[in-house]
Design a protein around this ligand. Sequence first.
Ligand SMILES: Cc1cc2nc3c(=O)[nH]c(=O)nc-3n(C[C@H](O)[C@H](O)[C@H](O)COP(=O)(O)OP(=O)(O)OC[C@H]3O[C@@H](n4cnc5c(N)ncnc54)[C@H](O)[C@@H]3O)c2cc1C
Length: 347
Amino acid sequence: MKAETDVCIIGAGPVGLFAVFELGLLDMKCHLIDILDRPGGQCAELYPEKPIYDIPALPVVSGQELTDRLMEQIAPFNPTFHFDQMAIRLEKLAESEALPHGGWRVTTDQDSVIDCKVVVIAAGGGSFTPKKPAIEGIEAYEGTSVFYSVRQMEKFRGKKLLIAGGGDSALDWTLNLQPLAASTGLIHHRDGFRAAPDSVNKMETLVKEGKVAKHIAKLKGLKGENGKLEAVIATSKETGDFEIPCDTLLPFYGLTMKLGPVGGFGYEVKDGLIPVDTEKFETSTPGIFAIGDINWYPGKLKLILSGFHEAALMSQQAFRICFPDRRLRFQYTTSSTDLHNKLGVAA
Ligand SMILES: Cc1cc2nc3c(=O)[nH]c(=O)nc-3n(C[C@H](O)[C@H](O)[C@H](O)COP(=O)(O)OP(=O)(O)OC[C@H]3O[C@@H](n4cnc5c(N)ncnc54)[C@H](O)[C@@H]3O)c2cc1C
């Protein structure tokens, strides 16, 4: 998939989302890329139900509610999201008809290519990456028989699945994929699941009905050839080693945050953070900005409200790059008819 836009934002956490609003008020269109399958970054992934008390004018708001409200706030600007994709490459583009002042090409691991005038790195603590089971040689099966996320359920139709883990993801996918799969197993190291009680009850019902095979054991090894899985070798104190026949293993052991590709895009990176100035929040490469938890400047506080402020100032400079011939006017959302029209609230 190929697209052209004004601004490409890497990271759809709270700060990347709010940047869409500030950029939108100044007429800039945005595409956002996130390795997660939904918006919200840390708020949605790490603490969706926890209350946040320091968002201005919202005395208490949960991580998920903040995300939902940001999505509502940016809806008038109709951003394009590329979820389940990692931004892996950033290249400088020469001047062209579409980009008279040059620009950037961002490529993802799913081969989406986004050409833009400005890049905003809003990558927070880095990309969320799956924790992998400690099984020797598992890499040989990744992408063919071992998957850490479900991008398309259809891909697993008719498969002999083994799902590993005891949290919400493992249980949700057991329930969702069981009707499609030829067979479904669930393996967890103890007979206690951290997932929502309703999901656990539904899974236990499927086990009683013989539709899901539950294994209380640890993953130990993989059996197969040329990346094609034939069985998983499991082990427990009671049974010792045993084989579970399957052609697909889906381990859901949670996510960890890693700086990842945004650490190697050519601008200065110091101690895993991207130094920026505090006027424009631009990196050492003009035209590439960094806002939110990923950036560093003297006095930086890793707070959502700091990222919101950074998004507003970054947008001013992004406007100058996107529209070099236009004058930037300061306007209040309360009183500007122009802004009301953009927000779809004009009387
Ligand atoms: C438990 C907890 C409680 C917190 N409580 C508060 C609080 O009370 N108040 C407060 O202000 N802050 C709080 N924070 C901090 C707050 O969550 C962060 O400041 C905020 O999430 C930063 O937003 P962000 O958009 O910069 O980054 P993030 O929320 O980290 O989002 C960055 C996104 O970028 C994506 N990404 C990174 N690299 C790539 C790539 N190469 N390709 C694709 N996607 C990529 C990631 O997957 C992620 O979704 C808390 C944090 C935690 C963990």
